[in-house]
Design a protein around this ligand. Structure first.
Ligand SMILES: [Zn+2]
Length: 247
């Protein structure tokens, strides 16, 4: 009886707190069904099963209209080189250090879409930690902002920072992984350092150990290079530890 009362009281207090007195609804993230692809949400095994199973959660398809709309003027700008038909929307799940399954998405070139899906599935199966896999549009396609948030992404129509050349990201042929902990790093001739994101200073010393670090022993490094990608961490200068691209 006491147990029943306690359960009933807890259930009531939950209902009260979840019904929004102050406009804030507290929805437990992993019990709601996954009816559509909500990147950034965490999911339970049941929600994945209800969505159609793991295989359906790893796929590359033409970009849905709603996503394409969100990209306009942010990651996508009218240009003569790449259009909607060249790109794919990739669905993937990923683990993080919180031991939860997170929903991710990215846009990449159709040439690499199958490889990317396969690699992301292998990383998932190995429980490789990735913190966030959102479209850069969430950050208004501001690379510095998404890197500070440790976001993982691929396509963004932009030039190489500090130059007029189109980046491989502008064709959806380069992927940046766990970007805060795997920064872009360059020492100019005059000795000044460029670190992107600017908040990544602690992660430029690659002799140190820290979470999300990509090095030659790392699974992410192995899978991408085996699939034909080059790693920016192997470049002499700059070093771009987050970056994998097709030659
Ligand atoms: Zn990159």
């Amino acid at each position: 009886m006491l147990r029943w009362l306690l359960t009933a009281t807890l259930a009531c207090s939950f209902i009260v707190s979840a019904s929004c007195h102050d406009g804030v609804t507290a929805t437990p993230p992993d019990t709601t069904p996954l009816n559509y692809w909500q990147a950034g949400k965490t999911v339970s095994a049941q929600a994945i099963a209800a969505y159609g199973g793991l295989d359906k959660c790893f796929a590359a398809e033409p970009i849905p209209d709603g996503v394409w709309q969100r990209m306009q003027g942010k990651t996508y700008k009218e240009n003569p080189y790449i259009g909607c038909d060249d790109l794919r929307h990739v669905r993937a799940l990923h683990w993080d250090y919180d031991k939860q399954i997170h929903i991710g998405e990215m846009i990449c070139h159709k040439q690499i879409a199958d490889r990317v899906v396969r690699i992301l599935r292998q990383l998932f199966d190995a429980k490789y930690p990735i913190q966030r896999m959102l479209l850069p549009d969430v950050y208004d396609a501001d690379d510095e902002r998404q890197m500070r948030a440790n976001n993982t992404s691929c396509f963004c129509y932009r030039t190489v920072a500090g130059s007029k050349h189109l980046s491989k990201h502008a064709r959806g042929l380069a992927i940046d992984i766990n970007t805060l902990y795997n920064p872009y790093y360059k020492v100019r001739k005059n000795g000044t350092r460029i670190i992107r994101p600017a908040t990544a200073k602690p992660y430029c010393n690659r002799d140190k150990d820290f979470p999300y670090k990509i090095d030659h022993d790392d699974l992410c490094y192995r899978l991408f290079t085996e699939a034909g990608f080059l790693w920016g961490g192997d470049w002499k200068s700059p070093k771009d530890y987050q970056h994998f691209e097709t030659p």
